[in-house]
Design a protein around this ligand. Structure first.
Ligand code: ZN
Length: 138
């Protein structure tokens, strides 16, 4: 479940940071939210690029700094995947079909089942379908 939510910005756990604002895709702790608001206010007052110009966070990083960020980005991706599995589990607990979950995720029913079934039922095993074969999603 979401007991060990990490701040998507500083990657500290909720037990360290205190309450976080969470969405299905990201979480932010109070320290990072406060810093972000300050940075946004500063950026609004002191723009460094033209309006609409894309921002490449990594453009100002050294090679070593960029490489050091890769595991952090991977950890954030893993957390997003964990959130997705939790949300799919919630959908399954409501009795929503693999077909509807697959449609919501722009994937086939079979793909959704193969990706999430072993986690959503809490048993570590794929769920049995309505025909009882255990090889095809409901
Ligand atoms: Zn944070």
């Amino acid at each position: 479940m979401l007991d060990d939510v990490l701040c998507s910005y500083c990657l500290r756990g909720r037990s360290v940071t205190g309450p976080m604002a969470c969405s299905p895709l990201a979480a932010i702790c109070l320290d990072c939210a406060t810093s972000a608001v300050e940075n946004l206010a500063h950026a609004a007052e002191h723009p460094t690029r033209a309006p609409g110009e894309p921002f490449n966070y990594w453009s100002h990083l050294s090679d070593d700094a960029l490489l050091a960020r890769l595991p952090e980005v991977a950890a954030a991706g893993a957390q997003v995947e964990e959130h997705l599995k939790t949300w799919v589990g919630a959908a399954r607990e409501r009795g929503l079909s693999w077909a509807r979950i697959g449609t919501a995720l722009d994937m086939t029913r079979q793909s959704a089942w193969e990706r999430f079934a072993d986690r959503s039922d809490g048993t570590g095993r794929p769920e049995r379908d309505e025909r009882g074969s255990g090889r095809h999603p409901a």
